[in-house]
Structures are given as structure tokens and as C-alpha cells.
Design a binder for this molecule. Sequence first.
Ligand code: HEC
Length: 110
Amino acid sequence: MKRMLLMAMVACLVGVSLNAAEDKPKYTIKEAMKLHKDKLHEKFEKGEATKEEKEKLLEAYTSMGKHKPPKGDDKAWKEKCDALVKAVKDNKVDDFKKAVNCGGCHGAHK
Ligand code: HEC
């Protein structure tokens, strides 16, 4: 019995490490949203975000685009995430303000 348990554990570990080897997004959608809770998007809009903070946003939005949204159309979701990535990458505050429409995206995908 003990042996079976051990084998099950090993199988589980192998499964986990195989999973990690894939191109797994660094952030979950919820983790990306935490940056909004921390008001990083507002800093970006005011031009006060540091290089590190911009990189964080970029990585979080890129990760978001790799997930499936909990709700709504996949294609529309990808477009919204891509718009965010692009606005941060190009440092375009006006585009970013449009793209980071909380209610618009939550209504369609949350
Ligand atoms: C591109 C789409 C998109 C935009 C833009 C967006 N959100 Fe979200 N947000 C989501 C989705 C999808 C969820 C649901 C995540 C889940 O349940 O896994 C979510 C969830 C959340 C949550 C709950 C997180 C949790 O831990 O359950 C908060 C808080 C949040 N968003 C804040 C914001 C704020 C503030 C803004 C605007 C500055 C914003 N979001 C803009 C897509 C978006």
C-alpha cells in the first residue's frame, strides 16, 4: 500500500514537471489583475511607471493573451490583450487608456 502511494506521488511529480516545461504563461489572469489592484496602470497613464513596472505590465498582458478567458469570444479576448501589450510596448498612453477599459473587458470576458 505504501509503495502504491509512493508510485502515485512520483507519477504526480513527473506530471507537474512536464507541465512546467511547456511554454506556460508567467502570470495567471488574476495575477495580472493584481497589477491593476496595485494601480500600476494608473502609474503608466501618468508616465510614472518605472522600467521594471512597464516590464511587469508587458509580461502580465502577454501572459493574459496566452490564457483562455473565463467567458466570451477567444478572438476578441486576444485582440484586447494584444492592444494592451502593444500600447505598453510602444509607450502609447492614449492607446493604453482605451485598451485598459476595465468594465468593457469584464463585461465581455469576466
Ligand atoms: C483585457 C481584459 C481586461 C481588462 C482590460 C481588465 N480586466 Fe480585470 N479581469 C479580466 C478577467 C477576464 C477577469 C477574471 C479573471 C478570472 O476569474 O480568472 C478579471 C478580474 C479582475 C479582478 C478580480 C481578480 C480576482 O482575484 O478575482 C479585479 C480586481 C480586476 N479584474 C481589476 C481590473 C481593473 C481595475 C481594470 C482596469 C484598470 C481591469 N481589471 C481591466 C479582464 C480584464
